[in-house]
Design a protein around this ligand. Structure first.
Ligand code: ADP
Length: 432
């Protein structure tokens, strides 16, 4: 400010000196003209710089403006610095904004921001996919015009968002289930969070089915057992008749015991997510055990052939492996009619994978049943399964044990001709 004032006095003094010299030498008119001319110099200088400033401001390129010398230099310099700082601040805010948007986009949940009129201010790609929205097209549209499910419209209108809302069958194939909740924020705005709960819903449905199945499986033997007990209690039976009833009661109790044992085995397998340990299991010993059990179960009704083409060791959990192998062998015996034959073998294929296979000449299984055989309680022939003491859990147990050993369960079957069940183990679990 001081320097501006001193500059002004300097110019005025210069104008006076020039006017005075002109007055002495050339008269009054030249003196006035030269005084005015010198006073006009800063005016012209300021006008030129104002014009330059206007040009750069209009072009939004104040930062690239060349700095003049003198009084305007400081003005331009400070202006440039101010613009540069402001732009830097805007850039930082923009980066933060982009990061928030990226974070919201990365969320596995759908997110929709609604204004106080329930108009869509913003939504992420997941929300677009869930509801078939298109943000570019639907921005600032009222959400209840776009999502017209009555339960959703009611939920929005009720304005009580403490509880989430479940929207089922949201996709065209009816498979998508969404859990949605609104959270108030800011000035009467709402954030809608939408979670895909399809898998949770399926797991819940499976759990309900499972409980229903177990109850159903238990109810039958309990009912039969109670019937026998009442008979034995109320009738005066002879010893031989009573023994007959006791045998039948024992077989029903045995059925319940098998069911509970299989359920516990399955629960143990399901709770253990780690891969099976690498204990060395002697295949020849295992095959001998299986053969003994098979002979006891078949009681001479079938031709049994057990062979092992190599005497290697399998690395896994011995108890689990025995359970899986004997499940396959006992199925073959239980489903193959008398005089049929059963072949169980162990071999190592050219890729070094170990294969345990059981082939029978039983009824075989139609192709439509094959993908569902390992589901819990899935049976092709319900009465045959029950009559032979089946629980409907055997192949589910085999499948779990296979996956804990990174093995594949392969089922090949031709109705009327027989079936082959193969457990194929990776070469890392086969040791010479
Ligand atoms: P289950 O205790 O009923 O035998 P599994 O889970 O072991 O239960 O088997 C499921 C179903 O697969 C059986 O009910 C049966 O219908 C069919 N199945 C299994 N093994 C054989 C086989 N070797 N031959 C024909 N059907 C079989």
């Amino acid at each position: 400010m001081l320097s501006a004032l001193s500059r002004f006095f300097f110019i005025v003094c210069l104008a006076f000196i020039a006017a005075y010299i002109a007055l002495i030498n050339w008269g009054q008119i030249v003196a006035i003209a030269s005084g005015i001319a010198i006073l006009a110099i800063p005016l012209v200088y300021s006008y030129i710089n104002l014009a330059r400033l206007r040009k750069y401001v209009l072009a939004d390129s104040v930062e690239s403006m060349p700095l003049p010398s003198g009084f305007w230099e400081e003005v331009f310099f400070r202006l440039q610095r101010l613009v540069r700082n402001l732009k830097q601040q805007v850039r930082v805010i923009e980066q933060q904004h982009d990061r928030f948007i990226e974070a919201f986009q990365a969320s596995p949940n759908g997110i929709v921001m609604l204004d106080d009129q329930d108009q869509i201010e913003w939504c992420n790609a997941i929300a677009e996919r869930f509801f078939g929205l298109n943000f570019k097209r639907d921005a600032m549209q009222r959400i209840n015009f776009l999502i017209r499910r009555p339960e959703f419209v009611q939920y929005l209108n009720r304005r009580q968002f403490e509880e989430p809302l479940l929207l089922e069958r949201m996709s065209s194939d009816g498979n998508l289930s969404l859990m949605l909740q609104a959270f108030p924020f800011g000035d009467k705005r709402h954030l809608l969070l939408i979670q895909d709960v399809t898998d949770l819903q399926k797991a819940d449905a499976m759990r309900r089915d499972f409980v229903a199945n177990v109850s159903h499986e238990m109810r039958t033997p309990i009912t039969v057992l109670m019937g026998f007990l009442e008979t034995v209690q109320s009738l005066d039976l002879e010893k031989s008749q009573r023994d007959q009833y006791f045998d039948m009661m024992m077989s029903q109790a045995q059925r319940m015991k098998s069911l509970v044992e299989d359920l516990l085995t399955l629960a143990n397998l399901e709770s253990n997510t780690l891969p099976a340990p690498m204990q060395a299991v002697q295949i020849t010993t295992m095959m001998a055990l299986l053969k003994n059990d098979a002979e006891a179960l078949s009681q001479g009704r079938h031709a049994l052939n057990f062979e092992s083409t190599t005497s290697c060791t399998l690395l896994g959990d011995e108890r689990e492996l025995l359970s899986a192998f004997s499940n396959l062998v006992s199925n073959a015996i239980r489903y193959t009619p008398d005089i049929g034959s059963i072949n169980a073998s162990w071999s190592v294929n050219p890729q070094g994978q170990g294969e345990f296979s059981v082939t029978d000449t039983g009824p075989g299984i139609s192709p439509e049943h094959l993908p569902r055989l390992t589901e819990r309680f899935y049976r092709v022939d319900r009465s045959r399964s029950r009559d032979t003491g089946g629980t409907g859990l055997g192949l589910a147990i085999v499948k779990h044990i296979a996956s804990r050993h990174q093995a594949q369960l392969i089922i090949e079957s031709t109705p009327g001709r027989g079936s082959t069940f193969i457990l194929r183990f990776p070469k890392e679990r086969v040791s010479e």
